[in-house]
Write a protein that binds this ligand. Structure first.
Ligand SMILES: [Zn+2]
Ligand SMILES: [Zn+2]
Length: 427
């Protein structure tokens, strides 16, 4: 039991990732200690947006939920000229390093940190397995499986007599890559919950998987190319495991960071829902390593799985020019497209930007809801299960944050808030 006598008020300040998806950062402090939960960036066009400023010296412990840039992209800033400790899961650590080094490479000197800071951040971090407790002076920290990205964890922090749960990005449903999130929580006092899909229920996963595979078969059979823009960490591996599960009979090309990520994941089989399926998939795809291979992938009907998931750079832009130019081809989105990204623009308007130029796309465009975030009723069930005295709703477009907070207040009778950027609460 937590010692309720030691309860003291603490401050929670939302520095980013509220009423928006991107640059997640939550500052949690009392007079003795300050935590930062996530330190992400938002990529909108070519611009990188950071969380609101907080002097790095005012942060004692940095806790990162998972290796997506909207949660980890700003973390190295806190290591410029400073040594400090951070907490990650054992699998998030190598993935975070990979994605941050790639971020530096594609940003060509435009970031405020370098390889040195990434090294300091990842190498000196304390790496935990799921359910493994780090017990330090004054606080206890545990990562619980979040079901969203490989290695990704919900943060459970016990501090000053209170138990705080931050879901990070969460998916309660099992996929071909990951088990669903762990939700057998102990009593929680303060919860911070994401709301990406608070407005929408997802169709049954198996149905979408089948629809996806059938559509790709149809495209290849009409001699087209199906381009699947997918995040290098998580989504790309899920796509190839789905294709392996249904014994997809045609060629699948696999490009970008996803290759290295797959190799890392195969070293962590116990973190996956079906490691042998990933191994099968990795053995079946055609790995793309060079520009010449990219060109030859475009010569034949087939499927190309490549980053970036929202068309914000990476090899997908090379493929897009050719694939987008013919009606027999397909661009198949498989993840949430953040407002303002080239992917969202393409989905809504049929145009996108390639190398800074606006291009009209002739190919078929489809979105498959293979989401790695819980849907509406799953989020509602989740906050009911957490049942915290105070609940903050984050990581969603404004109306989704408000909608879920309103549900928590009206239906569940909880104290629930949809904080605005920069808002502080004393709890
Ligand atoms: Zn994520
Ligand atoms: Zn996120």
């Amino acid at each position: 039991m937590l010692d309720k006598k030691r309860i003291k008020k603490m401050l929670i300040k939302f520095l980013g990732g509220v009423r928006e998806v991107g640059r997640s950062a939550i500052y949690l402090a009392d007079e003795g200690k300050c935590f930062l939960l996530d330190a992400g960036v938002m990529l909108s066009g070519r611009e990188v947006k950071y969380p609101m400023h907080i002097p790095p010296r005012e942060v004692d412990e940095i806790i990162i939920t998972h290796a997506h840039l909207d949660h980890v992209g700003a973390a190295p800033i806190f290591f410029i000229g400073l040594g400090r400790r951070s907490f990650l899961t054992t699998l998030t650590a190598p993935l975070a390093k990979l994605i941050l080094l790639d971020f530096i490479r594609v940003s060509k000197g435009a970031l405020p940190f370098e390889i040195l800071e990434v090294d300091k951040f990842v190498e000196k971090s304390e790496k935990l397995n799921y359910h493994q407790e780090a017990s330090k002076n004054g606080f206890k920290l545990t990562f619980l499986p979040a079901g969203h990205a490989p290695g990704g964890g919900q943060v459970m922090l016990e501090f000053k007599g209170r138990r705080i749960l931050y879901t990070g990005d969460i998916n309660t449903v099992e996929t071909t890559l990951l088990k669903g999130a762990f939700t057998d929580y102990p009593p929680i006092d303060i919860a911070i919950v994401e709301s990406t899909y608070a407005n929408k229920n997802h169709p049954v996963r198996e149905d979408i998987e089948k629809e996806f595979v059938e559509k790709l078969e149809e495209v290849v059979e009409r001699k087209g190319i199906a381009l699947v823009p997918a995040f290098g960490i998580g989504r790309s591996q899920e796509v190839i495991t789905i294709l392996a599960k249904y014994s997809f009979p045609y060629e699948v090309y696999y490009d970008g960071m996803a290759r290295t990520v797959t190799q890392i994941l195969l070293d962590f089989p116990e973190w996956l829902s079906n490691p042998s399926l990933l191994e099968k998939a990795a053995g079946e795809v055609i790995w793309i390593n060079t520009q010449r291979q990219r060109e030859s992938a475009l010569k034949n009907p087939g499927v190309i799985v490549t980053p970036a998931g929202m068309l914000q750079g990476g090899p997908v832009n090379f493929y897009l020019k050719k694939v987008g130019d013919s009606k027999k081809n397909l661009i198949a989105f498989v993840s949430y497209q953040v407002d303002g990204t080239p992917g969202r623009l393409l989905l809504e308007k049929g145009v996108t930007t390639v190398d800074g130029k606006l291009v009209r796309v002739k190919s078929e465009i489809k979105h498959f809801e293979l989401s790695s975030h819980s849907g509406k009723s799953q989020l509602e069930a989740l906050i009911k299960k957490i049942n915290a005295d105070t609940t903050f709703i984050v990581h969603g477009e404004s109306e989704n944050c408000e909608r879920l907070a309103e549900y928590a207040r009206r239906v569940l009778g909880l104290k629930a808030f949809a904080p605005k950027l920069g808002e502080s609460y004393t709890v």
